[in-house]
Write a protein that binds this ligand. Structure first.
Ligand code: UDX
Length: 437
């Protein structure tokens, strides 16, 4: 089978690479020439565990190709996945410019049947817009060529993307024809060997499932952050509460970890977009509005703790940040709590020194010399008044507390991800604060 993937961002690159790993012939397309040139030289634009090796292996085997020209591969492929960006526009709605541009290019140049699958997260109704755009272009050419559209939302998590794609909990496909259904069945069959997890729905439901899933997960996090903040006030321990409620099989133990707010490219954007979709349909998503508000406030929580500890006397204090990416195993800083924190700390006159195992360049790109950049995690804490743990990278889990105690000016540790043991740190002479206990 031959397919094309348009958009070599996170989703497109992982999707294309994983399909090629299963023996599918994949052409990845992107309009950014430098990106494609780099990929053809073996330079990968994102950090994702396991991805680089898989790209090289399939590229060398001739199953994975990179090009800037969608038109050049149109006659050759049966399926085109559209995985281009849908950035929020000013009001938080998803901007469909790129999605519709791809549809129009297909309509202007196709010469035979093709199945056009939208993989980008797009609002309900987008597949119909894609269909209309293709048809409009075909009509302009006065040709009659059959095609189908489908919606196949992506649920992969950054950092676990390869595993999520190769062993999905489920694959959701919205279709409106038997032909499209059988093509998608053929394509996904190798991923479904042990367990049948291919769910076919109508197209609007498939489009809705992605937003509903991400919004539900974001809701769990904001709910737990609210519970954690209340735990602090009433003297309860949110870790115990989390275990207690998570062992109810109706609730489940995953995604109940409080912290300094969710970030990333999906939750914040999708929650906003769903609120907007509702608004446009005359409905108010009351729960999601609260979810968003709680998350915004939660991103301030580590700053508030620093401020309270030092009674607001912050000017000239030095603070180290461990972790910048919005979560471990990625260099992605989109909507990262670290960005809010850097802004608040530096605005209050605090000198900030940062360290992250992979997101240092990304941070330099975003905040430049607003902060100091450490050479390693221990360099970051030299002479600081406080250490703030923001991203729970594995290398931060068991630090040499003895070294920290000697090198920090003041032994204050504020743990934004609840990974350290309060009793242990208190015994070692640290002042320790975390979320929800
Ligand atoms: C998410 C969805 O999980 C995925 O299915 C979808 O396709 C894209 O969005 P991702 O953004 O990669 O994936 O990250 P995820 O691991 O889900 O974490 C999102 C944010 O929630 C992170 O900032 C993380 O720190 C935070 N989080 C997660 C919590 O604060 N507590 C938790 O219990 C879980």
């Amino acid at each position: 089978m031959k397919i094309a993937i348009v958009g070599t961002g996170y989703v497109g690159l992982v999707t294309g690479t994983c399909f090629s790993e299963m023996g599918v012939n994949v052409t990845c397309v992107d309009v950014v020439t430098s990106k494609i040139e780099n990929l053809n030289k073996g330079i990968i634009p994102i950090y994702e565990p396991g991805l680089e090796d898989m790209i090289h292996r399939n590229y060398d085997a001739g199953r994975l190709k990179f090009t800037t020209s969608l038109v050049s591969c149109l006659d050759d492929v049966e399926v085109i996945f559209s995985a281009v960006g849908t950035p929020p526009d000013e009001d938080g709605s998803a901007d469909l410019r790129y999605v519709l541009e791809v549809a129009r290019t297909i309509g202007q140049n196709m010469n035979k049947y093709v199945l056009v699958v939208t993989k980008s997260t797009v609002p309900v109704g987008t597949a119909q817009k894609v269909k209309a755009a293709i048809q409009e272009e075909l009509d302009k050419r006065h040709v009659k060529i059959e095609f189908d559209v489908a919606s196949n939302p992506e649920f992969l998590k950054e950092g676990d993307a390869i595993d999520d794609f190769m062993k999905p909990d489920r694959v959701v496909v919205g279709i409106e024809s038997d032909r499209a259904k059988s093509i998608m069945e053929r394509l996904y069959k190798p991923f479904m060997m042990n367990n049948y997890r291919l769910i076919f729905t109508d197209i609007p439901s498939a489009e809705m499932i992605k937003y509903a899933a991400n919004s539900m997960l974001a809701t769990r996090i904001s709910f737990m952050n609210d519970i954690a903040n209340l735990c602090e006030l009433v003297g309860a321990d949110v870790n115990m509460v989390r275990k207690g409620i998570g062992s109810d099989s109706r609730i489940g133990s995953k995604f109940l970890y409080p912290g300094c707010g969710y970030g990333g490219s999906c939750f914040p954007k999708d929650v906003k977009a769903l609120i907007k979709t509702a608004e446009k349909n005359g409905y108010n998503m009351r729960v999601l509005e609260a979810v968003e508000k709680v998350n915004e406030l939660q991103k301030n929580i580590l700053f508030d703790k620093v401020s309270t500890f030092f009674n607001g006397e912050l000017v000239g204090k030095r603070v180290a940040l461990w972790g910048l990416a919005f979560k471990p195993e990625t260099d992605d800083m989109r909507e990262a709590p670290a960005l809010v924190l850097i802004d608040k700390l530096t605005s209050a006159g605090i000198i900030v020194k940062v360290y992250d195992p992979v997101a240092m360049d990304e941070c330099k790109r975003r905040v430049g010399d607003l902060v100091e950049y450490a050479t390693d995690m221990y360099d970051a804490v030299l002479d600081v008044d406080a250490l703030l743990l923001i991203t729970e990278w594995k290398e931060f889990r068991v630090p040499s507390w003895g070294v920290l105690k000697k090198t920090m000016k003041y032994p204050l540790v504020i743990d934004g991800r609840n990974i350290y043991d309060k009793k242990e740190l208190s015994e070692l002479g640290f002042h320790y604060s975390c979320i929800g206990k």
